[in-house]
Write a protein that binds this ligand. Structure first.
Ligand code: FAM
Length: 437
């Protein structure tokens, strides 16, 4: 069986050829216009980035190298004894465009467990942070500090050839993905359960098996399976979303993967992006408190209007690209439907019922271009049901996940020799001059 690096060595040359051909034959081909609305509207819809691993269709949702979420759940190898695709299977697919064999996936899990320990100076650094510092900030600090041991940075200083950059980047990327669970679990322990002992990495477990174990949910197979699905699903969502784009931008300066991903985490920590999953649960629980035991569509509707009239957004609804219910939301709902304990949970029922009412309210409100639920509408409620009730931690799990797509692109950007990002900006005066000319 071929390793991930060996597989990449096979798939990179044809892609390099494809890029060369695109450059040679189509460098001047026009594929879209730039309108003033793109410039002042957060570049929404602008076709301006190369991103190999996934493409997002507004109606169908995400496809990873052409595979939809249901297809991924079907073909990507699960952990031994499990059913859900694992994040390491997903990472393999994202990186190589190929579905790993169960054996490749297992060996990859073993490699990640082998590399999973966090250096002791980073542990000390994390332990020294105030418990009141948001867990996402702590994660970003920890990831940035891992660059102490960056293979890419060391290779760059040695004057390594450009064509070799991707191999050192890959080494950092694998190390980063491997270390995220231990780092993230330490933050959870420190902030919320300082009296609990820290659990060491078990070399026989997959990445999420270990993460779940270190969070204290190792005995709950359903929670571990949910986390596998959650982390695999949130792994990549095209290149233009704020966290992925940040990682790509910072990586394009040849900053190493730790620095690039640390920056991405800071983007993920914004409430319009990854922090929404923390906000959703807070909002749903507040709704539950107010509504009490008799939940009806009418009182959910009333609560939704109150949120909107107070000028807040409904967290977990809307999207920059999607114009349909998010298939990631659908997959997480699906997971709940197969388990009677989850079906009986009042929080999960409330999330489902909210999704039945919110689209019509948001349509009537008339502002958002997409009145349907995104992944964050559903992701927190299962965690909450199984006892991971600390909302402030939710985005950290998203942060463990989003690394999959970010590191994939960092490796490909180096393999393809992509340049530093540098779009052109204009002042309003300069823009007006441009319009007149
Ligand atoms: N509730 C109320 N108003 C909303 C709304 C929502 N859920 N979603 C969008 N709008 C408003 C939006 O604020 C904007 O109003 P103004 O014209 O007054 O500025 C208007 O509708 C048009 O926005 P849009 O074009 O439909 O959306 P954007 O592309 O600008 O923004 C989101 C996309 C996701 C930031 C936005 O829908 C939102 O704020 N949603 C709630 C927060 C959330 O769930 N974020 C998570 C997104 C998720 F997929 C992720 O990153 N993890």
């Amino acid at each position: 069986t071929k390793t991930l690096e060996e597989t990449l060595r096979e798939v990179i040359p044809p892609k390099q050829e494809q890029l060369k051909k695109l450059k040679a034959e189509h460098a001047q081909t026009v594929v879209g216009d730039v309108k003033v609305e793109n410039i002042i509207g957060g570049m929404r819809g602008l076709k301006a980035m190369l991103w190999e691993a996934s493409v997002l269709d507004p109606i169908e949702g995400i496809r990873f190298h052409g595979l939809s979420i249901p297809e991924c759940r079907e073909v990507l190898p699960p952990a031994p004894g499990g059913k859900e695709m694992t994040p390491e299977s997903m990472l393999w697919l994202l990186m190589t465009g190929k579905v790993p064999t169960p054996q490749q996936s297992k060996q990859f899990s073993e490699e990640l467990a082998e590399k999973g320990e966090v250096p002791s100076f980073v542990e000390k650094l994390i332990d020294s942070l105030p418990k009141t510092l948001h867990p996402m900030t702590q994660l970003s600090v920890g990831v940035a500090a891992l660059n102490h041991d960056s293979a890419f940075q060391a290779a760059y200083e040695r004057g390594t050839k450009k064509t070799e950059y991707w191999t050192h980047t890959l080494e950092d990327c694998i190390n980063l993905v491997a270390k995220l669970p231990a780092l993230a679990a330490r933050i959870y322990r420190n902030v919320f359960h300082p009296d609990r002992p820290l659990v060491p990495i078990d070399k026989n477990l997959d990445l999420t098996g270990n993460y779940s174990n270190m969070l204290g949910f190792g005995n709950n197979e359903s929670m571990t399976e949910y986390l596998r699905l959650y982390i695999a699903l949130h792994g990549d969502h095209e290149g233009g979303n704020a966290s992925a784009h940040t990682s790509h931008l910072v990586g394009s300066t040849l900053a190493d993967p730790y620095l690039a991903y640390s920056a991405a985490l800071n983007a993920l920590a914004g409430p319009l992006h990854g922090l929404a999953n923390q906000e959703v649960l807070r909002w749903q629980i507040a709704m539950q408190k107010e509504i009490g035991n008799t939940i009806t569509h009418d009182n959910i509707r009333e609560y939704l209007w109150r949120t909107l009239k107070s000028g807040q957004v409904v967290p977990g609804y809307g999207h920059g690209v999607l114009r349909n219910p998010d298939p990631r939301f659908v997959a997480l709902q699906d997971f709940c439907k197969t388990r009677p304990d989850l079906q009986a949970s009042p929080t999960i029922q409330l999330v489902q019922q909210t999704a039945e009412v919110a689209p019509e309210v948001l349509k009537e409100h008339g502002k958002t271009k997409n009145p349907y639920p995104n992944v964050d509408a559903a992701s927190g409620c299962v965690l909450y049901h199984y006892g991971l009730t600390e909302f402030k931690y939710y985005t950290v799990i998203f942060g463990v996940s989003r690394a999959l797509g970010a590191v994939t692109q960092l490796v490909w950007a180096r393999a393809l020799g992509l340049p530093i990002e540098r779009p052109k900006s204009y002042s309003m005066d300069a823009l007006e001059k441009l319009i007149k000319s």
